[in-house]
Design a protein around this ligand. Structure first.
Ligand code: GSH
Length: 210
């Protein structure tokens, strides 16, 4: 059986878990925190979570895992079959990962009570000032982020924005959801799904145990 390693605090873990649930695949969750032990690095080369254990071996990187799942288990697709449409889904996902979630993620230590240097906040703002308009240019929101069909990009964006919104509000005092027209509606749409409710409830439960 597929085994998803990681913890429910991670938006990357939650995105892969969401994808597994959406595809209706059986899987086991294995609790592991990011770490640099030799045992961990053998499985996850950067010591990060999530990683997916399959019968053939281990895969890391949330987007790669979602692409693998979609190719290995075609039912309930996460990507369009048309190559260009598929590439557009990947393009949007990658843009949000690098230029929205990425800079926001750098601020995570602030949520654990650490004082962040001003230049770190400035850098996050600078990247977000380009990343959020880039996201807006690519997003369709009709009603899903890449158009009429739900995709891996919706899943990734949903969990990335949950975290980035909190960090934006707490650390940068900006509402990143309001900066992208149509994003609030997408978040509400997904909030109402049973899978999102389950994944977010487990995320909240994990956060209270920190
Ligand atoms: N690019 C990775 C990012 C995963 C990631 O950053 N995971 C965080 C938890 S949310 C982690 O393991 N951080 C520990 C570290 O950076 O060493 C992916 O797509 O899976």
């Amino acid at each position: 059986m597929l085994k998803l390693h990681g913890f429910a605090i991670s938006n990357y873990y939650n995105a892969v878990k969401h994808a597994l649930l959406y595809k209706g695949l059986e899987f086991e969750e294995v609790y592991v925190r990011p770490n640099q032990s030799a045992e961990m690095l053998e499985k996850s080369p950067m010591g990060k979570v999530p990683f997916l254990e399959t019968e053939q071996g281990i895969l890391t990187e949330a987007n790669i895992i979602m692409e693998y799942l979609d190719e290995a288990y075609p039912e309930n697709p996460l990507y369009p079959s048309d190559p260009f449409a598929k590439a557009k889904v990947k393009q949007l996902l990658k843009t949000v990962e690098l230029y929205v979630e990425g800079p926001a993620h750098e601020l995570v230590p602030a949520l654990m009570g650490m004082e962040l240097p001003e230049d770190k906040k400035e850098n996050a703002n600078t990247v977000l000032n380009r990343g959020l308009p880039a996201f807006q240019r690519l997003a369709v929101f009709d009603p899903y982020v890449c158009g009429k069909t739900f995709s891996a990009a919706d899943i990734f964006v949903y969990h990335a924005i949950k975290l980035s919104k909190t960090l934006g509000k707490v650390v940068l005092k900006r509402n990143i959801v309001e900066e992208v027209e149509g994003l609030a509606e997408l978040m509400h749409l997904l909030d109402e799904t049973d899978i999102a409710k389950k994944v977010i409830a487990e995320n909240k439960a994990a956060l209270t145990k920190l």
